[in-house]
Write a new protein. Structure first.
Length: 437
């Protein structure tokens, strides 16, 4: 009997990517072959996102694309868009089944049973997915209780309840990843800065000063085979001397900090219900640069938040120029029904949001170039991952600790014995700046 096939598509955050990997494991263990989402499959799993209306639309588009690819397939929506869409979602004829975030852990059995009922077929033995094992994303925390005025995530990820994976369980998973050959582990969470607060009597993650997360990192780097630990998105308030000083002495820790900003204007930050000022954010960045040499500081910025005036926008733009970021993810504000921001007056016109977004993206291209080119001519440790072709030349490419993409001509790499999933110190002569330059 031919193997049944399952295809996966992930939208949204790094947590979703981690959860997709775990769902793929479930299907492989039950005998499914995993294929590309662009191919014809028996089952399509779309791990959805609902952080913006645009994310909702993208989720719907991918669901319909799957059904068009194979009308006889079972199309499954799972995740945040399912939770925000509720019963109305099931009225979409392209969706055969929908599951919540909580059901991801046991998704395969539920989906396969549904598939059997519809098709009356079985599965055969396991066929492992062949991949280069270089970097693994490990979700260690779920839930958020910050309730930013624009965000649905606290409502669809536990309604404000925080849940951390025990240190023992995380270390067991890191050990397993090391045994599988992974060199780098990225610790992620919906609100990673809150890791461990549910283990403590403290009710405010700020008072913990990141100690549970720090303790976890210090233990994880003792596991043989793990050569790098990287963190997902952090809140600025976790950045303290108590947290950073010990981190700066861990050789395996990657000095790459994604600190959520959203706006460089205090009046906008207050409307967003962010819990810091632009001045406080700047102090956190300065602290990072005190403890780490040329750290990669990246961030997210929302453009066109309700009521954002031209003066407020320019204040954000000036602030970002002063921060010298390594990279910025720029998003136009998208209304989410049910959030406080959706009911605010003075919604910014789409054409204004578009213009401001384009301006910040142009600025970001320059910031990215300036930061990355700092490494040209310097000695850097690169975790090589894959090959790529640019202007007719083949390169072996990977990332340094600060997540700058660096390449070596493939012919030279082969002569030196460089391979994917190995770390080598090289003199940087070629960097890759991505889609935008």
């Amino acid at each position: 009997m031919e193997r049944l096939t399952a295809a996966f598509l992930t939208l949204g955050c790094k947590v979703n990517y981690y959860e997709t990997e775990k769902m793929m494991e479930q299907f492989r263990e039950r005998g499914f072959s995993i294929c590309e989402f662009s191919e014809k499959a028996d089952i399509y799993i779309i791990n959805t996102c609902t952080v913006t209306n645009i994310a909702d639309r993208k989720s719907r588009q991918m669901i319909h694309r799957a059904k068009r690819k194979n009308p006889d397939s079972l199309v499954v929506a799972v995740g945040c868009y399912v939770e925000s869409g509720g019963e109305a979602l099931l009225q979409d004829e392209a969706i055969d089944a929908a599951y919540s975030n909580q059901e991801k852990a046991v998704l395969a059995d539920a989906v396969i049973e549904r598939f059997h009922l519809a098709k009356g077929v079985g599965t055969t033995k396991v066929e492992p997915l062949k991949t280069e094992r270089t970097r693994a994303y490990l979700k260690i925390q779920d839930g958020c209780n910050q309730f930013c005025s624009y965000c649905m995530i606290p409502y669809v990820r536990g309604n404000g309840k925080l849940k951390s994976t025990s240190k023992e369980d995380v270390l067991e998973q890191v050990q397993r990843l090391a045994e599988q050959g992974y060199k780098e582990v990225v610790l992620t969470g919906i609100h990673l800065s809150s890791y461990g607060i549910d283990f403590s009597k403290e009710i405010n993650f700020v008072k913990l000063e990141g100690r549970p997360l720090l303790d976890l990192i210090q233990d994880a780097v003792q596991i043989p085979g793990i050569e790098r630990i990287r963190l997902g998105s952090l809140e600025p308030r976790i950045i303290t001397e108590t947290f950073l000083e010990p981190l700066s002495h861990i050789p395996q820790f990657c000095p790459h900090f994604h600190l959520s900003l959203q706006s460089g204007c205090d009046t906008v930050l207050r409307r967003m219900n962010r819990h810091y000022t632009a001045k406080e954010y700047k102090e956190k960045v300065e602290l990072l640069r005190h403890y780490f040499e040329h750290p990669a500081v990246t961030t997210d910025v929302i453009v066109g938040f309700p009521g954002e005036s031209e003066v407020e926008f320019q204040e954000t733009r000036t602030f970002l120029r002063e921060m010298h970021m390594a990279d910025i993810h720029v998003f136009p504000y998208s209304m989410r029904n049910g959030t406080k921001a959706a009911a605010m007056n003075n919604q910014v016109l789409p054409e204004i949001k578009k213009k401001r977004t384009e301006m910040l993206i142009q600025d970001t291209m320059e910031y990215r170039k300036k930061y990355s080119r700092f490494f040209l001519g310097k000695r850097e440790k690169v975790l090589f991952e894959d090959t790529t072709v640019e202007n007719g030349r083949a390169y072996l490419v990977g990332h340094n600790e600060r997540y700058v993409k660096i390449g070596v001509q493939l012919e030279e790499a082969e002569k030196k014995g460089f391979e994917p999933n190995t770390i080598h110190e090289i003199t940087v002569t070629k960097i890759f700046l991505g889609e935008n330059g």
